[in-house]
Ligand binder design. Structure first.
Ligand code: SF4
Length: 150
């Protein structure tokens, strides 16, 4: 039983850690992690039971969000604004017509993964695995993504 459970957990893109473990590994209190999720800064993996699970990538992202808040003085609104400015339409190479209708592009100050109506390029995508979402794992990575685009 334990082995089956472990296999299931290993199949979900490394999302194997519960909130308590993610809190221990990142050094960030569980209530702060819940807040980051509520504010749309982190998309946790959800099991059928609706329990949140976290991967090592999530742990890095949590640490980076925490760093931006604690050491760089950004608040939630500032981080959301930063995330909303990642040029998803360029990264996903959206067709012009598509990008004119995509709410992910049109919404100001909201990350694209919160959009109710997405372009064709995003419709069946798992945002957790998308470069637009994952590029916040650290600032250097975000900067290098932007440098390649412009
Ligand atoms: S797949 Fe999700 S994260 Fe990626 S560009 Fe589309 S909406 Fe944004």
């Amino acid at each position: 039983m334990k082995e089956t459970e472990n296999k299931i957990l290993a199949d979900v893109n490394g999302a194997v850690y519960t909130l308590g473990i993610a809190s221990q590994l990142s050094g960030i209190p569980a209530h702060s992690i819940r807040q980051y999720i509520e504010k749309g800064l982190l998309i946790p993996f959800k099991r059928d039971s609706m329990r949140h699970l976290f991967s090592m990538n999530d742990i890095s992202r949590l640490k980076h969000i925490h760093h931006l808040i604690q050491d760089r003085g950004l608040n939630f609104a500032g981080i959301r604004a930063l995330l909303s400015m990642v040029p998803c339409w360029k990264i996903k190479e959206c067709a012009k017509k598509d990008s004119q209708e995509c709410k992910g592009i049109l919404m100001a100050y909201q990350p694209c993964w919160e959009a109710s109506k997405k372009s064709l390029a995003c419709k069946n995508e798992n945002c957790r695995e998308c470069e637009v979402y994952t590029c916040l794992s650290n600032s250097a990575e975000l900067k290098s993504v932007l440098r390649e685009l412009f």
